[in-house]
Design a protein. Structure first.
Length: 308
């Protein structure tokens, strides 16, 4: 690398450290972790990152270059993608590039509608495509038709109107509209014809099946049929995608569901175990303690209020 390139890279990194979008700047109200940012058109900017939130980017007009520390990709009208966490990124070479940046805290917004995880498209949009973006050279991104883009923009306009009005209950309406938009995008991903996206859809379908049927007996051959893969390919790709084996992932989902039941009910530990797919309550207790560093009964005592 030449000295000038090294200096340029250093300046970009130094600028990015200063150019951080904070929650206070993006969310109008600290109590409601949702906000919108729009640049019309998008102006070239240096690398920047987000602190404490994700961003759903909708390109609805024009074209340009989206770049990170290590790569750059052309974007154009109809592109939809997610920027997770504190990933450094920016835009350049914009030709009347118009974006809608929907900013949200996934830990407070997405968890409120857990059923969305049953859609394979959810796992592609928020988990798999961002992870495989570099490997796929951004070819697995979601690309909407002009008609689909117009439909999505109509939902976004309603969100903006609610955000501007701040009428009583606007928070609920905003989240409902946002989830409507997410559901639309997830369903659209399921109809994609891009090869890279289809490959992700196979793995997302496996993850979605586990999320939906966690309380049932799930065999590796069932997952093979869903993914249309050999066992060795499935195990390799699943581990690459999630960092877990299918069995490890299933256990994590079951423990997560058990946590929900323990927090909000008086169901016995044994019945909680059976409800989330464990056939042995002792095995459930061991796995729960391994994951949570405490037994199910200790967790219940910790999270449920004491009644006098």
């Amino acid at each position: 690398m030449s000295l000038s390139n090294k200096v340029s890279e250093y300046m970009d990194r130094a600028g990015a450290e200063k150019n951080v979008w904070t929650r206070a700047e993006v969310f109008p109200h600290a109590s409601f972790p949702f906000g919108m940012r729009c640049d019309n058109p998008q102006t070239p900017d240096q690398l920047h990152k987000h602190s404490g939130f994700w961003e759903l980017v909708v390109v609805y007009k024009g074209e340009g270059i989206h770049f990170t520390e290590k790569e750059e990709y052309p974007v154009r009208a109809g592109d939809v993608f997610v920027i997770r966490g504190e990933q450094l990124h920016g835009y350049k070479n914009s030709q009347r590039l118009f974006l809608k940046n929907i900013c949200f805290d996934p830990n407070q917004i997405l968890v409120q509608v857990d059923h969305i995880k049953k859609l394979p498209g959810y796992h592609i949009l928020f988990e798999l495509e961002p992870k495989y973006r570099r490997a796929h050279n951004f070819e697995s991104r979601l690309q909407l038709s002009p008609e689909e883009t117009a439909h999505l923009m109509s939902i976004i306009s309603l969100i903006e109107s609610e955000m501007d009005s701040e009428l009583p209950g606007y928070e609920y309406t905003v989240i409902a509209l946002f989830m409507q938009a997410v559901s639309f995008l997830c369903r659209r991903y399921a109809r994609t014809t891009r090869k890279a996206s289809r490959n992700l859809l196979q793995m997302a379908s496996v993850i979605s099946h586990i999320e939906t049927h966690y309380a049932e007996q799930i065999e590796l051959r069932d997952l093979q049929e869903i993914a249309h893969m050999s066992s060795s390919t499935l195990l390799r790709m699943f581990k690459e995608t999630t960092e877990y084996t299918p069995i490890e992932y299933l256990l994590r989902v079951r423990i997560s569901k058990a946590v929900e039941l323990l927090r909000c009910g008086e169901t016995s530990i044994t019945n909680v175990a059976f409800a989330v797919g464990f056939l042995d309550s002792n095995y459930f207790s061991r796995q729960f303690k391994r994951a949570m560093n405490m037994s199910p009964s200790e967790y219940r005592a910790l999270v449920q209020p004491v009644t006098l």
